[in-house]
Design a protein around this ligand. Structure first.
Ligand SMILES: [Zn+2]
Length: 176
């Protein structure tokens, strides 16, 4: 089963250290295309947009304004990388292989290095631990839910109160 998203490090984009096939369809003839990832930041009761510009490999069909490459993300990590969505299976496979071969080359070059030591950024991406995808910020959602619950409580409370009053009146009338 394909992963819903794939984590790509910023420095992989920066160094073009990625397989150069189309991220959307896997076509071999791809070109580095200016791209942007967006995420929203919730702060001071408002949603802000943050944008990170990179270059990603796309075929001529998917590059450009009307290519609908749809390589997006829900969120990204400012320092490390992005959890990209809609990356095709072919690309994910190619990336896996690519990273593996990079790791092999790195190990041959650095036979004495222990991948468990030293900074992650010194290691080839295949040996780094991708950070956990943060849970979507639910603050806005929670505030909405809280409002909803308060309104519900008020309505229910009012309903119970009215029913209670009617009941009390009913009994009061019958008792006479
Ligand atoms: Zn394509």
């Amino acid at each position: 089963m394909a992963l819903p998203h794939v984590f790509i490090w910023w420095d992989e984009f920066d160094r073009r250290d990625l397989p150069c096939v189309c991220m959307r369809c896997g076509k071999k003839k791809a070109e580095w295309t200016k791209w942007r990832f967006e995420r929203s930041v919730y702060k001071n009761m408002r949603n802000y947009r943050r944008i990170r510009k990179v270059e990603i490999p796309l075929c001529t069909e998917h590059a450009g304004l009307f290519g609908f490459a749809m390589i997006t993300c829900v969120t990204y990590d400012d320092d490390r990388g992005v959890w990209a969505i809609n990356v095709c299976d072919e690309y994910q496979e190619a990336l896996k292989k690519y990273r593996k071969s990079e790791v092999k080359a790195w190990k041959e070059e650095n036979p004495d290095e222990d991948p468990d030591e030293g900074e992650d950024t010194d290691l080839p991406p295949g040996l780094r631990k991708a950070p956990e995808e943060p849970k979507q910020s639910t603050t806005g959602l929670k505030i909405g839910l809280a409002f909803f619950l308060v309104i519900l409580a008020v309505v229910l409370g009012g309903f119970v109160l009215v029913c209670g009053l009617v009941g009390v009146l009913f009994f009061a009338v019958r008792a006479r």
